[in-house]
Design a protein around this ligand. Structure first.
Ligand code: XLS
Ligand code: NI
Ligand code: NI
Length: 443
């Protein structure tokens, strides 16, 4: 078992908030019950295969820096097998029960579609055996439709239908792999499904192409017995200048326009929210408000850098706001909390993977406890209810029920006179949130 991560001997223990062991959990206690369910099942953490196993430390200004014992650069299938073993060692030692992958993370692309399929099938069989043995599950799968040169001008939104066909082939097999491994979700993130310049882009046509791929995927998925959820992961840009799934609201509009809303929900990523000029909380609230919050990619950006830095999430305030939305809708049925996060280029040791995940897991575990306490005490709900109470009766109720007209309202306003300005108590509420976050009673 101590093959790739010898610095961590066994499963990372829970030692409580007073521990000074850097390789122990302070808050994440997998078996502890919160709202009648274990922390493990409330949070459903997942390791992102592409970052944690395949990440090299490369950035736009420099190539790979990490020297990973599972990645020797010889035969790509041997590397893939070693990488899978390393993944399960990491998952088991972290006590993370789920993972997510792109088809090309798991198995290298071959010279032909047939060879790529064979590579993937082989790795899926191995992964299935390791899952059985370890109890680890697949959270979601996806197809990498952005790295290969053929996808330079997009995959489904490419002007060449042959590229569309290659994308369709990949989606088919990635979905097959997801089904074979019991994944509860399948994600579409449209990295190059957007444009670089409007001068050479027929936006309306490209959006219709994208909808066509989504529609045939749903049809195929239901045929092959996929009972999980299809997720779309919004992002405003990068690598495209403009991505069609810009943010949660835009994506919901797109799904509605193409009558795909019944089959899809959203996978919301923190750093993508920031890039769209929103908070994580905002994007989660938009999705949840439409009953379409499916899953979360947890990470964080750097306020001084304008790209998807995908850092591990350590912001307790942001995590608490996220967990308030998640618990508020009763949890995540098919989704979970996926660490779509990568180490910094300078964090080159394999043990850094442990520090990073432990920090992120503790942050969300504590956020879960804080959010649970706030919901139990009703500290935000009560004032919110009061603030809108007037819409529950009289004219307020009639407005919402579509029973009021402009003339009637004019008359009512005339009769009632000027409304009173009432404080929204923003600062007081902000203090309440801080009280809970810093409370020593929540342990
Ligand atoms: C990139 C995306 C990607 C998706 C999966 O910014 O976050 O990692 O989560 O394709
Ligand atoms: Ni991202
Ligand atoms: Ni993501």
């Amino acid at each position: 078992m101590t093959k790739f991560f010898p610095e961590v001997l066994g499963p990372v223990p829970f030692e409580g908030p007073s521990s000074d062991n850097p390789l122990a959990f302070r808050y994440y206690d997998a078996k502890r019950k919160v709202r009648g369910r274990t922390m493990e099942s409330q949070l459903k953490f997942s390791v992102a295969y592409w970052h944690s196993l395949r990440g090299t430390g490369a950035d736009p200004f420099g190539g790979p820096v990490y020297d990973r014992p599972w990645c020797r650069g010889g035969d790509p299938m041997e590397d893939a097998e070693r990488t899978l073993d390393a993944a399960f060692e990491l998952l088991t030692k972290l006590g993370v029960k789920r993972y997510c992958f792109h088809d090309r993370d798991l198995a290298p692309e071959g010279a032909t579609i047939e060879e790529s399929n064979r590579n993937l099938d082989h790795m899926v069989q191995r992964a299935a055996a390791l899952q059985r043995h370890s109890g680890v599950k697949l959270l979601w799968g996806t197809a990498n439709l952005f790295s290969h040169p053929r996808y330079t001008h997009g995959a489904a939104t490419n002007p060449d239908p042959l590229v569309f066909a290659h994308a369709a082939a990949q989606v088919r097999r990635a979905l097959d792999a997801t089904v074979a491994l019991g994944g509860t979700g399948y994600v579409f993130w449209g990295g190059r499904e957007g444009y670089s310049s409007l001068l050479n882009t027929d936006m309306d046509q490209e959006r219709r192409q994208l909808a066509a791929l989504l529609r045939m995927t749903v049809e195929y998925g239901r045929q092959v017995g996929f009972t999980g959820a299809f997720f779309i992961e919004p992002k405003p840009m990068e690598p495209s200048t403009h991505q069609y799934d810009f943010d949660a609201a835009t994506t919901l509009g797109f799904l509605r326009e193409f009558e795909l809303l019944d089959d899809f929900s959203l996978n919301i990523e923190a750093n993508h929210a920031t890039l769209a000029g929103h908070s994580f909380q905002h994007e989660l609230a938009v999705a949840a408000g439409a009953s379409k919050l499916g899953s979360l990619d947890i990470n964080r950006g750097d306020p001084t850098l304008g790209w998807d830095t995908d850092q591990f999430p350590l912001d307790l305030h942001a995590a608490t706001m996220a967990m308030l939305v998640v618990l508020g809708q009763g949890g995540l049925k098919h989704g979970g909390l996926n660490f779509d996060a990568k180490l910094r280029r300078g964090s080159s040791d394999t043990v850094d993977l442990f520090h990073a995940h432990i920090g992120g897991m503790d942050t969300f575990a504590r956020a879960l406890l804080v959010a649970d306490a706030m919901l139990k005490d009703g500290v935000l709900k009560r004032p919110l209810k009061r603030r809108y109470a007037a819409y529950g009766r009289g004219m307020g109720k009639e407005i919402l029920q579509g029973q009021a007209s402009l003339p009637e309202l004019e008359q009512w306003a005339q009769d009632m006179g000027e409304p009173q300005v009432r404080s929204g108590r923003q600062e007081a509420l902000e203090n309440v949130v801080n009280d809970y976050i810093y409370s020593s009673k929540i342990r």
